[in-house]
Design a protein around this ligand. Structure first.
Ligand code: TXA
Ligand code: MG
Length: 320
């Protein structure tokens, strides 16, 4: 791919209009959502979507999430069963992605769905994402705006440090509030948790009135992009360390992690920890000397802690 000079666009109307012009011309624009920054392209344009995979060096078997401004727009593209409608009405706009059967002739590039008959859809809550979607007026395919396998971006600087020269622009909307990717629920038939994320599964279960099937408990393939090694910093990650391994930097959690290099939440608040997670991993990676690892405190496995532990386990997994 030819290197391009990547623009940093403002969060004002001029930035939004320019972002939607670039998308219209088949370009790539990163923009903030409440979860992480997404790398957007016109979901109906095969070449634009192919360029997302190229810019991220993302395997093409890994389908993308389509972003839309409303449930009404989403129902034109996918078939929503009663569970999907209930979840969407309760949690959209917000950090929830719903996988539902793709409608015939929806006009979405086959690269977006990686040839699957289902499609992942999300209505983001971030006002800038909403404004870009409405201004552009069509479906925007957007994975997280990081090179494939690396730490997800929660600021425009993270996006630029990973993708500068490979994408046309990033709209700078400051830091993302939630800090973890959306929770993905499969609603092709019975609701299934495909990826824990920024909406706690307890909230989804309370809405549905029953427990969610976890994808690994069924024989069906889950979110194909749930690669074992992902979200990985350069440094080796050591999990569940109440005291750090010798020589490691220490990513602490809670009031007992005295002496931690950075603490995800001194008070032990999982929402605060989620918002800090990727940003702190980026920072620690910058601090680490060659060969130095990152020890991470134990994180309670409830609420957003499940998604934090999911990301940390992938960050710690052996690299391909
Ligand atoms: O919060 C988020 O979800 C962010 C923001 C930008 O919206 N996006 C994001 O995209 O995390 P990405 O590409 O990093 O993750 C998309 C996940 C992958 O694991 C992919 O396999 C899964 O969604 N996915 C997409 N389409 C699917 C489908 N039809 N069935 C099952 N999983 C699907
Ligand atoms: Mg990602």
């Amino acid at each position: 791919m030819e290197p391009v000079s990547t623009l940093r666009l403002s969060d004002q109307q001029c930035g939004i209009s320019q972002a939607s012009r670039i998308l219209n011309d088949g370009g790539l624009v990163a923009f903030p959502t409440e979860t992480v920054y997404g790398l957007g392209a016109d979901a109906t344009n095969d070449v634009a979507v192919a360029n997302i995979f190229d810019a991220k060096a993302r395997p093409t078997f890994n389908p993308l999430i389509v972003h839309l401004p409303s449930l009404t727009a989403a129902r034109k593209i996918a078939i929503f069963n009663e569970h999907a409608i209930r979840l969407a009405e309760t949690f959209w706009p917000g950090p929830l992605t719903i996988v539902a059967p793709l409608r015939e002739n929806a006009g979405i590039s086959h690269l977006v769905t990686a040839g699957l008959q289902s499609i992942a859809i999300r209505v983001p809550a971030h006002p800038l994402a909403h404004d870009i979607l409405t201004d552009f007026g069509g479906p925007i395919a957007a994975p997280s705006a990081n090179p494939s396998g690396k730490i997800s971006p929660t600021t425009a600087d993270h996006v630029l440090s990973g993708l500068s020269g490979r994408i046309q622009a990033v709209v700078d909307g400051g830091a993302c509030d939630v800090g973890l990717e959306s929770t993905i629920v499969g609603c092709v038939d019975t609701p299934t948790l495909l990826r824990p994320g920024g909406l706690p599964s307890e909230a989804i279960e309370a809405c549905l009135g029953h427990t969610l099937i976890a994808a690994q408990e069924t024989n069906k393939p889950s979110a194909p992009g749930q690669l074992k090694s992902h979200y990985a910093p350069m440094a080796q990650v050591h999990l569940n360390q109440s005291v750090p391994e010798k020589g490691d930097l220490w990513l602490g959690f809670g009031p007992n992690a005295t002496g931690a290099t950075l603490n995800l939440s001194r008070s032990g608040d999982l929402v605060e920890a989620a918002a800090n997670l990727f940003g702190y991993l980026h920072r620690l990676d910058g601090f680490a000397n060659p060969g130095q690892g990152i020890s991470v405190s134990p994180i309670p496995n409830q609420g957003l802690g499940r998604a934090i532990n999911d990301r940390l386990q992938r960050a710690a997994a052996p690299r391909p």
